[in-house]
Design a protein around this ligand. Sequence first.
Ligand SMILES: *Cc1c(COP(=O)(O)O)cnc(C)c1O
Length: 230
Amino acid sequence: MNAIATRLDNVHQRIHKAATKYGRPESAIQLLAVSKTRPAEDIRAALEAGQHCFGESYLQEAIEKIQQLTDTQAQWHFIGRIQSNKTKIIAEHFDWVHGLCSFKHAQRLNDQRPDNLPSLNVCLQINLSNEASKAGINPEDAAELAHSIQALPRLQLQGIMTLPAPAKTLEQQRHPFQALRKLRDTIKTNELPLDTLSMGMSNDLEAAIAEGATIVRVGTAIFGPRNIKK
Ligand SMILES: *Cc1c(COP(=O)(O)O)cnc(C)c1O
């Protein structure tokens, strides 16, 4: 096995162990391989090892790689910060967007989603108190925004995501993930299914799985340390 296949296997074992430990069905946890800063060949190696979904944060390099990999079945998730003047490129090239923070961006993505593509899957990014970046909406505003977005026909609101500041212990790591799960449970209704909890990365995926993560976004543990500083 090549290094990427070996690390991918290791991440699957971590997910399996955590799912077993916390009584979660493993099939309910999707692994998103965060391939930002990685060359297309690394993504190809992961695809060959059975990985299907890839997360990208930087649009220009993402589009280059997407174009180099049109012969594959890769599914593309935009996990970076959304800028108004880039929504069209996002709407045209991605299957999912995890960091939606405003109705304005939602409307633009909706209007710019090409008719020949299925609706764009989106998650609202929530800024919990200990957020690493300042991106994200306040938890109090999430329900109202979710309902407005739900009305947009070319978007499919799937759930919520968060990117907490790094924490050392499992208990500390679980804290924001638990807050996200509770928020999801309060917003979720029959009309607003909100099944997705996009949370957990290389260093805290066990804590996220313990709290109900349905998508873990893992970069370093699959592709090795990132050396390109952006
Ligand atoms: C880079 C990134 C990740 C992956 O982080 P790792 O620590 O490399 O697993 C996950 N989510 C977002 C939003 C990121 O930007």
